[in-house]
Design a protein around this ligand. Structure first.
Ligand code: WTA
Length: 696
């Protein structure tokens, strides 16, 4: 039985936390944000609107709530969690963690002892509160005119049907289910169907190759996959089902069998044209509508895994990041509410794909937990014309638009006329995520798209952090182009030097996190040691983010980029080691080294140095086939922008590749190479320079 919160007004805990701040603030009403260092400030009239909604009227309000969240995390998060439905309440001492490897196993436990279900909180809770007929998804297809509207009531029923089908093929609590779908309503529906049963979803972005998909299915032992017959990205067809078939074959060769594939029929690949494995493949349209439209939820422990999401690091294979149920749920809802000023019924659009963490937290879970109306767009931003996004904003009356710098730059490059053609008066909040946003793109977003009316919320976070960690709150304090500003509730950032010494005041260093937070990564699937090594062995007692960061005298944090060998291409994380392994697997390549370089649209591009085998020609054909190898092993988004033929790689005498030198050569900074005398063969540097190409 449902014991707590069932009849409590929606998000009462959140409201309580807000009211807490609100009461003390009336006196400070006159606080008007001032422009600092070229910072942009939205008009006071707009700020008042935000403040009335979030209850945070100034930085002082925020500081008060922030202190509470950090000093008494159990109480702070407990108050908020009370606004959700729990089958069993958490224990009084529910918040515990250890981030210090030397004191034992690294762990985080939040809402321990509590039992809940996130699908119930995303859907049933709202339907029971009378929101059944409110639009949940406003879907826009790749082509103009393709659209679908689903209410909360309809989504709930569809989720139940898919959950019943999953049960019928033997999926149980704790099982992993792979999802490989284009951005259609069935994608978040499939995710929610899994969580309804306590099954763990593993969404694989539909741009990953068969090899990558196979590797992920094998790693988490998923025997069921939910996919589609095909997809459309602009004018390009994506042969999803063929990729799934190839992945199943690769997996089978490695001893892992995919038992069932549930296939959504996509207009891009109708029935007759889709390859089929009898006995394994099932059409969604045949199997799902026949299922019952109700399905009892499986209540799970707060610390039971909710989902797995693979992400790249600087070494080795992708890691299956494991997120928890209770902490993630409360964290996703709270960050979505405060960072985007999100209220029930608001039209909200996150342009990320569910294949990445942003799509998990801020397309699927966060907005649904807040009963928002979600725009979902299947296609690419410039299709069929560069005003597609603005047309959708106008049509759906989007209030919040959450997107990525790479997209903003691509749209800016098309000129302002495309934007101005469409009414954007519905817009109130603009969000950015995935990579540092350059001030020029920031200003364009603020001035042209948002007409100087909408705060720009530059959110810093990671797959591992689960939810936004550093971000402005709309209207609460002045923003600064390119800065994520201040930590969210419960987040304690610290900057350290390379020895791990904590730095204070205005300074620059490596960004780490000191205390745990609700949506923190709990482990890496099947490898807790790797989890501890990757994130907690660099600096004692601290979560290591891999990012460099500056803090100014206002306390604002500005992320400067990765300090490890991870490249951020169009906001997608690509591990250098994975690209190097894909190149090295090609017969023509003896050795490869990959570095990131600045790219006008993508933020970073991939620059690969390749040493060829003796009898190989550095020809155009070889270049193409090396790039094809990366597409095949990882996916098209990881394809190198430049292949630089190298007679050898610059290595230290102990065999370590000196990437510092390769980064400089890639950007023609030959005069800044520094000391090369420690190289095993210093002459290789000149040889590499002499073979420079310009393809970027
Ligand atoms: C980068 C995406 C600067 C950062 C949610 C981080 C950012 C990595 C920002 C995580 C931002 C993300 N400003 N850099 N606002 N947001 N990053 O796991 O390097 O795909 O470590 O998560 O993206 O990428 P991931």
């Amino acid at each position: 039985a449902v014991l707590t919160g069932h009849l409590a007004p929606q998000l009462s805990g959140l409201e309580r936390a807000g009211a807490l701040a609100g009461s003390a603030i009336l006196a400070r009403r006159s606080t008007v944000a001032t422009s600092q260092e070229g910072g942009a400030v939205v008009p006071d009239t707009v700020q008042v609107e935000y403040r009335a909604r979030t209850g945070i009227h100034s930085r002082a309000d925020y500081e008060r709530m922030y202190r509470h969240s950090v000093d008494d995390p159990a109480g702070f998060w407990g108050d908020i969690a009370a606004g959700f439905v729990w089958e069993r309440r958490w224990a009084p001492d529910h918040f515990s963690y250890n981030l210090d490897l030397q004191s034992g196993r690294v762990s985080t436990r939040i809402f321990a002892g509590g039992r809940t279900n996130i699908a119930f909180n995303c859907l049933d809770r709202h339907v029971e509160a009378g929101r059944g007929s409110q639009p949940c998804f406003l879907w826009e297809g790749n082509d103009v005119g393709q659209e679908r509207k689903m209410t909360y009531g309809e989504v709930l029923q569809e989720v139940c049907r898919v959950a019943n089908w999953l049960k019928s093929v033997g999926v149980r609590k704790g099982d992993a289910v792979a999802i490989y779908l284009p951005l259609i309503c069935e994608l978040p529906i499939a995710m929610l169907a899994c969580t309804r049963l306590g099954a763990v979803h593993s969404v694989v972005f539909a741009g990953f190759s068969a090899d990558s998909l196979a590797q992920r299915c094998i790693d988490c032992r998923s025997r069921v996959i939910i996919t589609a017959s095909g997809g459309m990205r602009g004018s390009k067809r994506v042969e999803l089902k063929q990729i799934v078939d190839a992945a199943a074959k690769v997996a089978a060769e490695k001893g892992h069998k995919i038992h069932k594939a549930l296939v959504v029929e996509h207009p891009a690949a109708p029935r007759g044209k889709c390859p089929w494995a009898r006995g394994r493949d099932v059409w969604y349209g045949d199997a799902v509508p026949a299922q019952q439209a109700t399905c009892q939820v499986e209540w799970v422990d707060a610390e039971d895994p909710l989902f797995l999401l693979y992400t790249s690091g600087s070494t080795g294979n992708p890691k299956g990041v494991v997120h928890s149920t209770g902490g993630y749920m409360v964290g996703a809802a709270t960050t979505a509410k405060y960072c985007f000023d999100l209220q029930p019924g608001d039209v909200y659009w996150c342009t990320a794909d569910c294949g990445w963490i942003t799509g998990h937290t801020y397309l699927a879970y966060g907005p649904l937990l807040n009963a928002a109306t979600n725009v979902i767009y299947e296609g690419v931003p410039l299709h069929p014309q560069p005003d597609r996004m603005w047309q959708i904003v106008e049509k759906c009356k989007v209030r919040t638009l959450y997107t990525a710098p790479t997209l903003i730059r691509a749209l800016e490059a098309q000129g302002d006329t495309w934007v101005k053609k469409h009414d954007r008066s519905s817009l109130r909040v603009l969000g950015s995520v995935g990579e540092p946003i350059n001030p020029r793109a920031w200003r364009w977003l603020f001035e042209v798209v948002g007409e100087r009316r909408c705060p720009v919320i530059d959110t810093w976070w990671q797959t591992e952090t689960g939810t936004v960690m550093i971000s402005p709150l709309p209207g609460a304090w002045p923003e600064s182009p390119g800065s994520a500003t201040l930590p969210f509730f419960g987040v304690v950032p610290v900057l350290v030097n390379d020895k791990g010494k904590e730095l204070h005041g205005a300074t620059e260093g490596i960004l780490c996190i000191k205390q745990t937070w609700p949506a923190a990564i709990r482990t890496i699937k099947g490898d807790h040691k790797r989890f501890e090594q990757t994130y907690f062995s660099t600096f004692k007692g601290l979560y290591f983010t891999g990012d460099g960061c500056r803090r100014d005298d206002r306390g604002y944090y500005t992320i400067t980029g990765r300090v490890d060998d991870v490249i951020n291409v169009s906001g997608h994380r690509v591990g250098t080691a994975e690209v190097e392994a894909a190149l090295a697997a090609h017969g023509a390549c003896v050795e490869a080294a990959v570095v990131g370089v600045e790219h006008k649209i993508k933020g970073q591009g991939i620059y690969a140095y390749v040493a060829l085998a003796q009898d190989e020609e550095p020809s155009e054909a070889t270049r193409k086939s090396l790039i094809a190898a990366v597409r095949q092993h990882i996916g098209a988004f990881a394809a190198p922008d430049v292949i630089h033929w190298a007679p050898g790689l610059p290595k230290t005498r102990s065999g370590k590749i000196m990437r510092r030198i390769l980064r400089k050569i890639a950007v023609n900074a030959d005069s800044e190479l520094g000391d090369v005398s420690t190289l095993a063969d210093p002459s290789v540097v000149q040889a590499i320079i002499s073979m420079r190409v310009t393809q970027l």
